[in-house]
Design a binder for this molecule. Structure first.
Ligand code: ZN
Length: 433
């Protein structure tokens, strides 16, 4: 693995913690305060970090909190989910500036998905007051099976429309040749969650579990977002917990997702309604089980409907088992349950999932484990996608500054440039102007 420079280590620590003091960085990275001060000085000169203001202590004023410089550039995030497409414009720190979403049965047609991406992105840019030309890079989060090397979607829930689709190129062409970062949607959501939680929580290893129409996880281990050998880390939804269980869309039987995704729960409840097991739910969905929604299942659960309660109980048990397996392997200090299903059904899922994790994990792994519910905001997905693009640009800038510093055997004098992006190649500069 390529070793990181101290500047890179400092930058990523601030990026993922949102803000940090020099002394905290020194202790976190295990280097002296003067070394941290020199690295921070370079990052401030390069325009990648900024001081968030001096703080007062008993000894007087001291250098303030460090944050990433939000003005490095603007980013567009596109989240492509099974039932909606959402877009957001953010600055370099991930702060949302404009957001728009639209329902879209994305699996049915690649073309209709691209149209929804263009429409929602247009609205988000308009709300942010930003022309597309000022966007530095686009981040796309998708829930299908992706080939990161080629930027292709290899498969998506068995849809023939989405077999081997050059998604990254299609998005690039649809947005005037803008560079695109394509990544897993769960990872985008985790990044947005991570940056929305308190910076001082002291957790460097967190497992984010996204529970919605699909189930995925993203893993921060020792402060770094893990991707795995083929970028596939975190497929917690396809851990098999019952080889004789229901069919999963991945082709196996008894995956966590086959019990606990929104779609799996709705499908199981529909079967029971058709078998006459719940007169209440039959009435709530107006005698048309195919129109059943999560809101109706939750309304029935509130009235103690046994079919609704049993389905939610089974989902919680499956989630608890899957997450416990992941905790045993990864030993995080925190698990965050996120996503629309986790949030809307929190009254029925959260406590049972916690109990199951604590029942199944070794005490040494669960004793100090914090389990919490994540934030839920409709713009979190696309904001996370924009952050993935910002991550990519940050890596590129750090590499270029480091190369320039080594090449000149001295600090590069980029401080005269107004924007750090000006160190990128001239053709990109002209596109950003
Ligand atoms: Zn599966």
């Amino acid at each position: 693995m390529k070793s990181r420079s101290l500047e890179e280590a400092v930058f990523w620590a601030v990026f993922y913690q949102r803000e940090a003091l020099r002394a905290t960085l020194a202790s976190h990275l295990g280097v002296s305060l003067p070394s941290i001060t020199r690295a921070v000085h370079r990052l401030l000169r390069w325009g990648l970090l900024q001081e968030a203001g001096a703080t007062l202590s008993v000894r007087g004023r001291r250098p303030g909190l460090l944050r990433v410089n939000p003005h490095v550039g603007l980013f567009l995030g596109l989240e492509i989910d099974r039932h909606r497409v959402a877009s957001a414009v953010t600055d370099f720190s991930g702060a949302p500036l404009g957001f728009s979403s639209a329902p879209c049965h994305a699996r049915s047609s690649v073309q209709s998905t691209l149209i929804a991406c263009k429409q929602t992105a247009g609205r988000a840019l308009e709300l942010a007051g930003v022309p597309l030309e000022r966007v530095v890079r686009i981040g796309v989060g998708h829930t299908g099976t992706l080939d990161w090397a080629t930027g292709r979607c290899l498969a998506w829930d068995g849809s023939p429309q989405w077999r081997d689709v050059p998604l990254r190129d299609l998005i690039r062409n649809a947005f005037g040749g803008k560079e695109v970062t394509l990544d897993d949607r769960a990872r985008a959501l985790a990044l947005a969650q991570h940056l929305s939680l308190p910076a001082s929580s002291g957790h460097s290893s967190t497992l984010y579990v996204h529970i919605g129409s699909g189930i995925g996880a993203a893993i921060f281990l020792d402060g770094t977002l893990m991707r795995g050998a083929t970028q596939g880390a975190g497929e917690i939804g396809h851990l098999v917990i019952d080889p004789h269980g229901p069919q999963c869309r991945c082709g196996n039987r008894g995956c966590v997702e086959a019990f606990a995704s929104t779609e799996a729960v709705l499908e199981r409840v529909r079967g029971k309604i058709r078998a006459g097991a719940s007169p209440l739910l039959l009435r709530l969905c107006a005698w048309r089980p195919e129109t059943l929604t999560l809101a109706l299942v939750l309304a029935a659960a509130k009235q103690q409907d046994p079919v609704a309660l049993e389905a939610l109980h089974e989902a919680a048990a499956a989630l608890g088992m899957g997450i416990a397996n992941a905790v045993q392997i990864l030993n995080p200090s925190r698990v965050v349950l996120c996503g629309r299903f986790a949030y809307l059904a929190r009254e029925y899922l959260f406590e049972p999932v916690c109990r199951e994790i604590r029942r199944l994990c070794l005490p040494t792994l669960s004793r100090e484990l914090e389990i919490r519910l994540g934030h839920y905001r409709p713009d979190m997905g696309p904001c996370g996608c924009a952050l993935l693009a910002a991550e990519h640009v940050a890596s590129e800038l750090l590499r270029r500054y480091a190369d320039a510093a080594v090449g000149a055997n001295r600090l590069p004098c980029f401080h005269s440039e107004r924007n750090p992006l000006s160190v990128l190649e001239p053709d990109r500069r002209s596109r950003l102007a």
